[in-house]
Design a protein around this ligand. Structure first.
Ligand code: CAA
Length: 380
């Protein structure tokens, strides 16, 4: 496998790095403290093409490959994982799902706005009783005349209040179990669609996570994605790619914390020398660097599989499993290298440690990744 980056890849990575340093770093601590959505910054990310990177230029996107996308995700996540989760959901789940499975009218009406960042999207699968067990959808979509009537509750929805368009998974034919599930595009402001209060979170506090209630919401039939009953496959296929984006986010969180720890070890003195000269610290940095490189290889492998038209269910799940564990392990060590300073906000590593945890939970917990991996290696 050739992981050599092209000039274009390097240009995209550097553009994301510059943007993160100049536009996201100022105010990142305050936004975390106040749970404030990075509205202006997300708008600029849309203008720069970071919200529809892989969408065809025909629909307003950047027409880039998955490798470019993971490089940009890593750089944005090094500085602000709240901004990168917005980017990840919009690119991997919403834009990709619509471009791959939506019809031409849906692409013209919705994808063109989502790809440019004029509108933001949300992906609504999880429910109070259907998180990991995604086939147990309780939200119903009952067919009536020229529309469907949606009833139910969705939980943990990223971009819950900032989105304009929501991809909602719901059960239409309960007797058919997962084969009776559909996916719909629901517009904000639809009658009966209510956004619940914002969740008070441990990490990625700048992103807005809400529950959503659907009370007899009328959704036009033309807003169903794909054939009747395609919704569960739509969700699974979309999440497979989503996991590559989240793996890149986890990698970025780990790399950001590692870089801060490495630089800190060169300036902080203890026992008469810079702490990097103590093996206790140098060995930590060696372990952190090694895990990050291993995670980066898995992320790149999954991105290359997707770009080469190979199956990426297995490589994406492995990348997410390993990169999210790396994010957790490395950020904890980065706090340790900083000592007391690591425990206070101005050094950034405590925030990265809190942000890391969600990467082991969303788009399928680590246990879900192990289900996907073990099924793939044992049954295929
Ligand atoms: N691609 C295509 N089809 C797939 C698929 C995939 N990757 N994975 C499963 N399927 C199909 C199967 O082939 C099967 O179809 P058939 O009946 O036609 O053969 C069907 O889907 C059911 O599959 P399973 O029997 O494997 O289903 P399961 O109930 O055993 O569950 C699971 C599989 C992998 C555990 C799945 O439920 C899952 O991924 N759960 C986690 C859900 C999740 O990630 N939730 C996170 C919410 S989104 C989020 O976090 C976004 C955000 O805001 C950040």
């Amino acid at each position: 496998m050739d992981f050599n980056l092209t000039e274009e890849h390097i240009m995209i990575r550097d553009a994301a790095r510059d943007f993160a340093k100049s536009e996201l770093l100022p105010g990142v601590i305050e936004r975390d403290e106040k749970q404030e959505f990075p509205k202006e910054q997300i708008k600029k990310m849309g203008e720069l093409g970071f919200l529809g990177m892989m969408v065809s230029p025909e629909y307003g996107g950047g027409g880039m490959d998955t490798v470019s996308y993971v490089l940009a995700m890593e750089e944005i996540s090094k500085i602000d994982a709240s901004a990168s989760v917005v980017m990840s959901v919009n690119n991997s789940l919403v834009c990709w799902g619509l471009e791959k499975f939506g019809n031409e009218e849906q692409k013209q009406k919705y994808l063109t706005k989502l790809a440019t960042g004029e509108s933001i999207g949300a992906f609504c699968l999880s429910e109070p009783e259907a998180g990991s067990d995604a086939t147990s959808q309780k939200t119903t979509a009952i067919e009536k005349d020229d529309h469907y009537v949606l009833n139910g509750t969705k939980n943990w929805i990223t971009n819950g209040s900032s989105a304009d368009f929501y991809l909602v998974i719901a059960q239409t034919h309960p007797e058919l179990k997962h084969k009776g599930i559909n996916a719909f595009i629901v517009e904000k402001g639809s009658k009966g669609f209510e956004i619940g209060p914002k969740e008070q979170k441990l990490g990625i506090r700048g992103s807005d996570t809400h529950s959503l209630n659907f009370n007899d919401v009328k959704v036009p039939k033309e807003n169903r994605i794909g054939e009747d009953g395609f919704g569960f496959k739509f969700a699974m296929k979309t999440l497979s790619g989503g996991r590559i984006g989240i793996a890149a986010q986890a990698l970025g969180i780990a790399a950001g914390a590692y870089e801060l720890a490495r630089e800190y070890s060169k300036v902080r003195k203890a026992f008469g020398t810079e702490i990097m000269n103590h093996q206790a610290i140098a060995f930590k940095l060696a372990d952190m660097h090694t895990s990050i490189e291993a995670a980066r290889h898995l992320v790149m492998k999954a991105a290359c599989d997707k770009d080469n038209g190979e199956n990426y269910d297995l490589s994406g799940a492995m990348a997410k499993l390993f990169a999210s564990k790396t994010a957790m392990d490395v950020t904890i060590e980065a706090v340790q290298v900083h000592g007391g300073n690591g425990y206070v906000k101005e050094y950034h590593v405590e925030r990265l440690m809190r942000d890391a945890k969600i990467t082991q939970i969303y788009e399928g917990t680590s246990e879900i990744q192990k289900i996907v991996i073990s099924r793939s290696i044992l049954r295929d």
